[in-house]
Structure formats: structure tokens, C-alpha cells
Design a protein around this ligand. Structure first.
Ligand code: 13P
Length: 266
């Protein structure tokens, strides 16, 4: 069949090059309200098949966002920003993986650098959270990343390996597949700093992560997404890298125009 070159879109090329479906996730952190949910859910995004778009609002907005997505037949998927290590019981303020699933979340961010820094989230806790999410049929977006000091001391890959180690152990012990998880590489110095990693810096770590995960079942299906000051100005160059399978976006996901601007072109 003849396909005019002009119709071979950038998004399609991404798919062919990467063999993994691109994932663009917006992490709203402690921001957003019902009006922002309505604005995102009522927007017609350029595609619903060549890449996945996930929005992670605060937990209190998940259910209303889910209803708005249904109302507007939106292609958006939903994610939580964290999950409890516990599945139920006397743990005031916690939200379980099953609760996230019931609220409509298909993804759950865990191990974000802000939770590691401000809420004592250890590598081991992140691995337990991953197991909780997988048991509830929610795909974990496991965040890893090094500090500026670690990078300056050439410790980047050692930090990433230490963060991945308990994750790999759980996946291997429980014979779980890489196709169910996403790794988010977010260098701390790039988060909220307007100083994104260069495509080459990010690619180097993504490639390391892929090699490190090679022993886990379905390693070739593992999606590794980059986060840290992603905007319309830098997303195309980052997404063009062979081991960058998408983006995890903070600030630029709080505004519909800036978010639309960074999506792969269709
Ligand atoms: P920024 O895009 O604001 O740098 O945030 C990235 C992030 O932390 C997403 O989880």
C-alpha cells in the first residue's frame, strides 16, 4: 500500500523507532481544581492511539476527573501521585492501591523525588508500593533520579542503580513483567528548575536504566520516560532519543496550551 510520506507522522515515526508506545504524563502535584479537570477533559487531544496521555491530579480530583473524561469521551487516562504501602487498616490519611483503581487510576506515580525528600520515601518503600499497585492492576510510574551533588561527584549511575535494585528484586521474585511498569527518570536538578537535562544527558541514563533492567521479563517493553523542566521547546529533541519513551511533566502540565505544545506532533 502506498502511504504518502507527508502522512507518516512524527508520532508514527516515534512508534516505529521505539517499538514502545509513547507516554506523556502530567503530574499536577499539589495544584489543580475542578475547573482545570474540566478544561483538560473537554479538550480534544491530537490522538488517542499513537501515544498515551495520563493526567495525575491530586487524589481528591480523581473521581470527578474520571466522570468528566467519560462525559467528554476524552482519551485521557488517569494516574495517582502516590499510594500507601499498606492495603487497609488504621493508617489515617493513606490511600490504597485498590482505592486508586476504584477511583479510575490506571497509573500511579511512586518514588517521586519530592516524596523521597519530604516524606522519607526509601527505595525499599517504593518497591513495596510498586507491588501494591501491580496487585491492584495499576501501572506504577517509578521515579528515579540523582541530585546535583551526586551528578557532580560522578555518582549518577550508582544512585540510579541503588534506586532500581529493590524494584528489580520484586519484579524478579514475583515473576512480574516490565510491560506493566514505567520508569520515570527525573534528575532532581532538572525538576522545576528550567534547566532540563540535555537529550544526550537523559539518553545516557535511560540507556543505563534499560541495560540495568535487561534481566527482568519483557525488558524490551519497558517504557522509560524523562521528567524535569519538559516544555514545548525541548520535548521533541528529548523524545527523539532512542531510549526516551515519553515525558513526565510538572509545571507545563498545569496549562492546557503549554501541555498541548509539548505533545508529539501528529
Ligand atoms: P517540572 O516539569 O515542573 O520540572 O516537574 C517535573 C516533575 O517533577 C514531574 O513529576
Amino acid at each position: 500500500m502506498y502511504v504518502p510520506v507527508a502522512l507518516v507522522t512524527i508520532a508514527t515515526r516515534f512508534w516505529v523507532m521505539h517499538m514502545r508506545k509513547c507516554l506523556i504524563a502530567g503530574n499536577w502535584k499539589l495544584n489543580g481544581d475542578h475547573a482545570l479537570c474540566d478544561q483538560f477533559a473537554s479538550t480534544v487531544f491530537p490522538t488517542d492511539s499513537s501515544f498515551d496521555i495520563v493526567i495525575c491530579p491530586p487524589a481528591t480530583l480523581l473521581q470527578s476527573m474520571q466522570q468528566l473524561i467519560k462525559k467528554h469521551s476524552s482519551c485521557l487516562r488517569l494516574g495517582g501521585q502516590d499510594v500507601s504501602v499498606e492495603s487497609q487498616g488504621a493508617f489515617t490519611g493513606e490511600i490504597s492501591a485498590k482505592m486508586l483503581h476504584e477511583a479510575g487510576a490506571q497509573y500511579g506515580i511512586i518514588g517521586h523525588s519530592e516524596r523521597r525528600a519530604y516524606f522519607a520515601e526509601t527505595n525499599e518503600k517504593v518497591a513495596i508500593k510498586m507491588a501494591q499497585l501491580l496487585a491492584a492492576n495499576v501501572s506504577p510510574i517509578v521515579c528515579v533520579g540523582e541530585s546535583r551533588a551526586a551528578r557532580d561527584q560522578q555518582q549518577t549511575l550508582a544512585v540510579i542503580e541503588a534506586q532500581l535494585s529493590p524494584i528489580k528484586a520484586v519484579l524478579q521474585q514475583q515473576a512480574l513483567s516490565c510491560s506493566q511498569i514505567v520508569i520515570g527518570y527525573e534528575p532532581l536538578w532538572a525538576v522545576g528548575s528550567d534547566q532540563p537535562a540535555s537529550p544526550e544527558q537523559a539518553q545516557q541514563v535511560h540507556q543505563f536504566i534499560r541495560e540495568s533492567m535487561a534481566d527482568v521479563p519483557d525488558a524490551e517493553a519497558l517504557r522509560i520516560i524523562y521528567g524535569g523542566s519538559v516544555t514545548a521547546d525541548n520535548s521533541a529533541a528529548l523524545l527523539a532519543m532512542p531510549d526516551i519513551d515519553g515525558a513526565l511533566v510538572g509545571g507545563a502540565a498545569l496549562n492546557i496550551d503549554s501541555f498541548l505544545g509539548l505533545l508529539p506532533v501528529v
